[in-house]
Design a protein around this ligand. Sequence first.
Ligand SMILES: NC(=O)C1=CN([C@@H]2O[C@H](COP(=O)(O)OP(=O)(O)OC[C@H]3O[C@@H](n4cnc5c(N)ncnc54)[C@H](OP(=O)(O)O)[C@@H]3O)[C@@H](O)[C@H]2O)C=CC1
Ligand SMILES: O=C(O)[C@@H]1CCC=N1
Length: 266
Amino acid sequence: MTLSLTTPLWLIGAGNMGGAMLRGWIAAGADPRQITVVDPFVEGLPEGVTLHRELPADAAPDILVLAVKPQQMGAVRDIFSGSPRLLLSILAGVETETLSAAFRAVSNVRVMPNLPVSIGEGVSALFSDDADAATRDEAQALIAPLGLTEWIAEEKLFDAVTALSGCGPGFLFRFIDALAEAGTALGLPADQAARLATATVKGSGLLAAASDESASTLADRVASPGGSTREGLNVLDADEALKDLLKRTLAASAKRNAELAAAARS
Ligand SMILES: NC(=O)C1=CN([C@@H]2O[C@H](COP(=O)(O)OP(=O)(O)OC[C@H]3O[C@@H](n4cnc5c(N)ncnc54)[C@H](OP(=O)(O)O)[C@@H]3O)[C@@H](O)[C@H]2O)C=CC1
Ligand SMILES: O=C(O)[C@@H]1CCC=N1
């Protein structure tokens, strides 16, 4: 899916996530001359992108993509005097009402991307309660080249989606590490175990995405009757150990998103 930027886009904050979106957009064919980045220290931006170290007081972006940390939003708001036509905010937790009061955009769309957007394999959830159909289509066209997009019906579910797919890559990277370490504990060289673990997660994810069968059915396909996978699954399934662990993991992340929202409101 290619991206044609027809109007200037300003990206405020090009750190881990803003930078990943920028790389994803450029890889999808966006014209870098349509993109202006504001970030105090970022290096190595794609050629053709305009960089400001501070937000110019007279900046008047048509599309503003806000990608600073939630705790940094106040500093941007205090300098910004414009009112963009479309605000896309990726800030975890921070609600539409807060964004709308701070940036006075005509339309506000919350986006919750995840890190694989940099290679066009991300997941981005979107929510808006004030964008009309054409503006929603415009936001969709901007985000769709970065991977799967899902519109979320109710803003109150945004903290949950942030915990699942926004934070999810962090949990999966930790899982890859743990899988590799477990292989190392059985005697494999660490670098080889890391390669095996990473490729196993990649292949399994691709297969799950391509298959009509549920992940649960696919797990059963790996577990030959009387074989070794079942013995391992019995450990993960005992007292719902893995399910319970992930419920507590996502609940902790969702709680933090709610705290960030409360801080941004005040
Ligand atoms: N990381 C992820 O996987 C995801 C993050 N998000 C959201 O993305 C946002 C950014 O997170 P992340 O990329 O991890 O954080 P980073 O700290 O990596 O990125 C934020 C960037 O904004 C810069 N910045 C700070 N103040 C300003 C300012 N006033 N004007 C312009 N730029 C500024 C920071 O510079 P400096 O470092 O010098 O402060 C930094 O480069 C957060 O709101 C987060 O909730 C959403 C989904 C996934
Ligand atoms: O950790 C964070 O706060 C952000 C939100 C989703 C992923 N990273």
